[in-house]
Design a protein around this ligand. Structure first.
Ligand code: PMT
Length: 400
């Protein structure tokens, strides 16, 4: 049984008799470890109440695009970014038509338009509506845009008809949802990832460090693992719980991260350096706590740390090497320079002057840069950006 541990799922419920089964979908998603937020259309509320869905999901139910109070809590754009996956179940013929035409005049439509997360629909409708040419054309349009379709099943329908158009059972929908996270794109590959900050000691109680939380690197580790890779996460000190089924090596200093990275190269197809490594460390860490003296200033001599990702890129054989470039100015210029100077195959240019992306934020935006091209990833959750990055890496590996 595939896991949905830590997955954040928006469950969209539209108007149809199968809406009562959505309650069961919530439970089953939660049983697999997912957090669920429910968005209901107006028609859905004729079939099942928001109160039921709120009690089951343990979260407020979102129903209205123009509700200022709800928007202040978690607005539709935040909800669109929060989601790792949007499942619309049941998806009525009307909703499918609206989604195909890009309508955003209700909350669910707006979230589907704004999200970077995958969208899955579980159609549920009368068999005549299902076979109608308009519905089929709308479904083709959605498939071409990457919307995933769960079902429908055939059988007897609430209206007395028999045929295609029944929504899949909750258990089947949840199983298909879990499979969305297992692309297999990096199956058989060994991926080594550095994450978090390093700490460079000044004395037994003080150190030089930075604001990296490790969220980006841990998300990359999870995405690579879900893509089928065997993952080693070499991490500086963070408060995060490492993803399940990922091998972890804890380090503190840049020198330790360097040694751990080189030791991992014997078995490494892809190396991803997302860690914020200190470029310099104090020449000598004092053995005892430094005392405040009478002098007004203090000088600490720093020496250069080894450049981990450059050393990896210079290794033979060389793994596919990916760096990150955290910049507060001239983002693309500096990132392109690092791509070349460090001998990388790909670099993730990360503007850290904007505090809503970059260090210690939930979201990120980046430009992927490689020798032959660039691709901008607009603001999205770090988890989604990690999935997009691993997908891009898999594509580049396949093209070699
Ligand atoms: O951890 P979070 O709070 O989620 O924040 C994520 C992040 C902002 C830290 C991440 O997205 C990011 O941008 N990481 C790279 C930070 C960085 O140190 O960038 P840099 O431009 O200084 O370094 C360039 C590359 O060289 C990086 O891949 C870095 O890991 C690597 N490097 C740097 C110095 C060094 N001595 N060894 C290295 O390997």
């Amino acid at each position: 049984m595939s896991s949905l541990t830590n997955k954040q799922i928006v469950l969209g419920v539209t108007g149809g008799i199968a809406a009562y089964k959505s309650a069961e979908i919530i439970r089953r998603l939660q049983d697999r470890g997912a957090t669920v937020r429910v968005v209901m259309t107006r028609a859905a509320q004729e079939f099942i109440t928001p109160l039921t869905m709120q009690a089951l999901s343990g979260n407020p139910v979102h129903v209205d695009l123009l509700d200022t109070e709800a928007e202040m809590g978690m607005g539709h754009i935040e909800l669109a970014r929060w989601a790792d996956l949007i499942i619309v179940a049941p998806a009525s013929a009307n909703f499918i038509a609206r989604l195909a035409s890009g309508r955003s005049d209700d909350l669910l439509g707006a979230i589907c338009l704004a999200t970077q997360a995958p969208i899955a629909i579980a159609p549920a409708m009368n068999q005549g509506m299902w076979h109608n040419q308009s519905t089929q054309e709308n479904l083709t349009t959605l498939q071409e845009r990457g919307v995933v379709q769960f079902g429908p099943a055939a059988g007897s329908q609430a209206c007395g008809d028999v045929g295609l158009g029944r929504m899949l059972e909750p258990g089947e929908i949840v199983e298909l949802a879990a499979k969305q996270f297992q692309s297999g794109l990096l199956a058989g590959k060994r991926v080594v990832i550095t994450a978090g900050p390093t700490r460079e000691p000044l004395d037994p109680v003080r150190y030089l460090s930075n604001h990296s939380s490790g969220k980006m690197g841990y998300a990359v580790a999870e995405a690579a693992m879900e893509a089928g890779a065997r993952v080693l996460l070499i991490t500086g000190p963070t408060n995060l719980r490492p993803p399940e089924r990922v091998e972890v090596k804890q380090v503190t200093t840049a020198e330790e991260m360097y040694q751990a990275s080189l030791a991992a190269l014997d078995d490494c197809d892809v190396f991803i350096a997302s860690a914020a490594v200190a470029d310099y460390r104090p020449r000598q860490a004092a053995e005892q706590k430094l005392k405040k003296g009478t002098q007004e200033t203090m000088t600490i001599e720093l020496v250069k740390n080894p450049d981990i990702v450059s050393a990896v890129a210079a290794a033979s054989p060389k793994p596919f090497t990916v760096g990150f470039s955290a910049e507060t100015e001239k983002l693309l210029e500096h990132a392109r320079d690092k791509l070349q100077r460090k001998g990388l195959d790909l670099i993730v240019a990360n503007d850290v002057s904007d505090t809503s992306i970059g260090f210690n934020s939930e979201d990120n935006a980046a430009t992927l840069i490689w020798a032959e091209g660039e691709s901008a990833l607009t603001k999205r959750s770090k988890r989604q950006l990690a999935r997009d990055l691993t997908g891009h890496i898999a594509g580049m590996l396949a093209g070699r």
